[in-house]
Design a binder for this molecule. Sequence first.
Ligand code: PMP
Length: 390
Amino acid sequence: APVLDGLPQQPADPLLALIGMFRADPRPDKIDLGVGVFRDDGGATPVLDAVKHAEELLLARQDSKSYLGADGDRGFVALLEPIVFGADAANPLRTGVQTPGGTGALRLGMDLLARARPDMAIWIGEPSWANHVPTAAAAQLTVRRHRFFDQVSQRLEIDAMLAGLAQARPGDALLLHGCGHNPSGATVHAADWLRIAAFVRERGLIPFVDLAYQGLAHGLEEDAAGLRILLEAAPEALVAYSCDKNFGMYRDRVGALWVQATDGDALARARSNMLSLARTFWSMPPDHGAAVVRLVLSDPLLRASWEAELAGMRDRIAGLRRAVAATEPRLAALAEQTGMFSLLPVSAAAVTALREEHGIYMAGDARINVAGLRLEDVPRFVAAVGRWLG
Ligand code: PMP
C-alpha cells in the first residue's frame, strides 16, 4: 500500500469551516464573531498606519536579505523587553529569541521544557486557547488540566484552580494567559496574580506565560502586570509573546520567546537549546514583521502612532462590551471582561440556532470575537442571544 495511506484523516479546523459557512451565507445582515482578528466598525482588519509607514521605510532602507540567524532580529527582541518586562528589562538571567508568532514561541518553549525534563506535566486551564493542548502534545509533554473559568456563572475560579493544581509536582509547568484570556475574556486581578504567584513559588512550578494581546485588554503596562508578578516570584519561567494582534500583523508571524533561569550557566545552556531547536523547526524566523516592529519601536513618532492606534482598538472593544452589558443585564459580565473574546453563557444548540436563524456566527463553544460586532449590530445581537440566556 502507498506509504501515505498510513495517514489518518484529521478533523478540519472548526473555525476555518465557520469562515466557509459565513462566506456562503447570502444574508446581508450576517455577523461574523468567529475568527479572532480585530475589526474596525466597518468590519475591516486594516494595516495600522504605523506599520504601513515602517514598511515604507523598510522597503527604502533594507540593503540585504542575507540570513540573520536562528535567533532572528535581536534589535526587535531588545526593543520589546522594556514593554514586556518594564523596570526589570535588563535582567541578565533572562534571554529571548524571535519566533514565528506566538504559536512558534509556544512550540519552541514547550519543546525546550520537554528536552529539559521529559517526564514533566504542563498544566493548562479549562477552557484555554484551542491550540494550547495540541501544541503541548506535539512537544510530547504530558498535559494536565485545571479549572479556570465557569461559562455559566461567567466567574474566574481561582479557588478551584489552585485546588486542582495541588496535584502538580515540583518542576511541572503552568501555562497562563498574560491578559485578555482566550476564550473567556476573564480578568485576572492583581490579588489573584499574587495568589497564583505565591502558589507557584511555594510548589516549585515553572510558569509559562502566553502574552498574545498586550495592550488590547487594559493597557500596555497593565496587561504585563501579572507576568511581572509571576517572574518576580518564580526563579525559572518562560514567556511566549505575539505581536500579531497588538500590531495587527497576523499573517506576518511576529513573536518572541524568553526564558528566565536561575544562573548564567543554566541560561546560556537554555539559549543554546532554543537555537538548536529553532534550527530544526524553521531554521530562522521570517524577518519582515519583526523588522517592521523594530522600526516602529525605534522611531518616537511611529511608536506614538502605534500606541494611539492600539488604544483605539482597545477602546473600541471596551465600548462594545459596555454597549452589550448596558443593553442586556444578563450579559453584564462582558463589561468586566477584557480583550477580544468572551464565552457566552449559552448552549451548543443556541450557537446553531443563532447561526441558522439570525446569521450570527461564533465558535461552537459560544466564544465570540467581540471586535466582530459593529456598534449598530449590538441591539440585534443582544436580542437574538437574550432568548437563550438563563
Ligand atoms: N496565544 C493565544 C492565547 C492566542 O489567542 C493566539 C492567537 N489566537 C496565540 C497565542 C498565537 O498567536 P500567533 O498568531 O502570533 O501565533
